[in-house]
Design a protein around this ligand. Structure first.
Ligand code: HSE
Length: 398
């Protein structure tokens, strides 16, 4: 029998417990022996919940039990998750996590510590919830050079943007609905300001490049400035507006960005709606591939954590190689990235021609004009837009 522990009995932690107990027989068969949850760590009490049989309030119970070989860290946040993860691995326990904050900040270091102690640090659930994307990048696609990763990596904002587009609702109303549904946090900045998607594309770019990509280096724009008028224009252009995270190979490095983007009907990400996530990966040999599914939520995320626990159980004493070195990758400047830009300006503006051969988009909105620029770099756009009164700008993808 292999003993396991779960640190944190919140949404994901209770999901992991549910996955393992519900699918116990099938999991045991796949591991080749019994995998049992011996401890669930949480400061709270859960009267009436069967978890009470294995609940502990003391981390030392887990660390001092040498028979515990696998620990799920689903507490979230940096501290004490970082310290607990380190101590578990130093004590010979593999750790499986959904904690993208911790993986983005300390991934390379924790992978190194795992290797030094002949255990594994696995983090499939940290990007795309239940969608397998970390393992494919780390094993199936290793013969390719990854040219581009583009994805809808945040379920909350995708739900909000889908609602704004379908129902013509404004930002504040959809945010309230997302909070009522339990998707958005009470303090939803991490989702709506794009920080969550930024951490996820940093993790994917680290795996694609094999070096540490600091999420703080990635240009990030959220969805807070989008208005109902933007969606009227988008419909005229037969486009959806999505919060897009992109990482593109440029020479020996990558250029990465998170921002709202206009996605044409023909693009595979156009149909990704509600809380669903999708990641398109382009390899130099493979060409395009797409990974799609439930990007957030209790059971999809728990399924990915529990899948990692099975993998860790199958690899006791063996290190699964993860291509992610601590040397920092200096990203290419965003100013060199090229796009078409959709721009809204006041209709008395005489300066549209400064952008060259623009395509006017008529959405019957009084007092303003909307147009698409030709392809240009971010730097060229910024130079032209510098002294103009721009109402809003959204990049066009592809
Ligand atoms: N807040 C995240 C989202 C949860 O909405 O996608 C999953 O990482």
């Amino acid at each position: 029998m292999i003993k396991a522990a779960i640190m944190g009995y919140g949404t994901v932690g209770s999901g992991v417990y549910e996955v393992i107990t519900t699918n116990q027989k099938s999991i045991d068969k796949k591991v080749g022996q019994e995998l049992r949850v011996q401890y669930v760590l949480d400061l709270r009490e859960f009267p009436g919940d069967p978890v009470m049989d294995v609940l502990t309030h003391d981390f030392e119970d887990i660390i001092n039990d040498d028979e515990v070989k696998i620990v799920a860290e689903v507490m979230g946040g940096l501290h004490p998750a970082y310290e607990f993860t380190r101590r578990c691995m130093e004590a010979g326990k593999s750790v499986c996590t959904s904690n993208k904050e911790l993986v983005a900040e300390h991934g390379a270091e924790l992978i190194r510590i795992a290797k030094e102690h002949q255990v594994n640090y696995l983090f499939e659930a940290s990007v795309g919830g239940g969608i397998p994307i970390i393992r494919p990048l780390n094993s199936s696609l290793t013969a390719d050079v990854i040219l581009e990763i583009s994805g809808i990596l945040n379920g909350t904002t995708n739900y909000m943007l889908t609602k704004m587009s379908r129902e013509g609702l404004n930002y504040d109303d959809v945010l309230k609905q997302a909070q009522e549904k339990g998707y958005a946090e009470l303090h939803p900045e991490a989702d709506v300001e794009g920080w969550d998607a930024c951490r996820k594309i940093a993790i994917l770019t680290s795996l694609a490049s094999g070096n540490q990509v600091d999420f703080q280096d990635i240009y990030t724009e959220g969805i807070t400035k989008l208005t109902t008028e933007d969606f009227v224009y988008a419909k005229k252009m037969r486009c959806a507006i999505k919060l897009l995270a992109v990482s593109r190979k440029v020479g020996d490095t990558y250029c990465a960005m998170v921002s709202p983007a206009l996605i044409r009907k023909e693009h595979p990400l156009y149909m990704v709606n509600d809380v669903f996530n999708a990641v398109c990966v382009e390899g130099n040999m493979l060409g395009a591939s797409m990974f799609y599914g439930s990007g957030a939520g209790k059971l999809p995320t728990a399924s990915a954590v529990a899948g990692d626990m099975v993998d860790a159980a199958r690899h006791l004493g063996k290190v699964i190689t993860t291509f992610w070195n601590p040397e920092k990758l200096t990203l290419a400047p965003v100013s060199d990235m090229t796009h078409r830009f959709f721009v809204r300006m006041r209709s008395d503006a005489k300066d549209v021609k400064i952008f060259g051969d623009v395509e006017i988009v008529d959405a019957d909105i009084p007092g303003e004009i909307g147009f698409l620029t030709p392809v240009m770099t971010e730097a060229e756009y910024a130079a032209k837009a510098k002294d103009l009164e721009i109402i809003s700008m959204i990049r066009m993808e592809g």
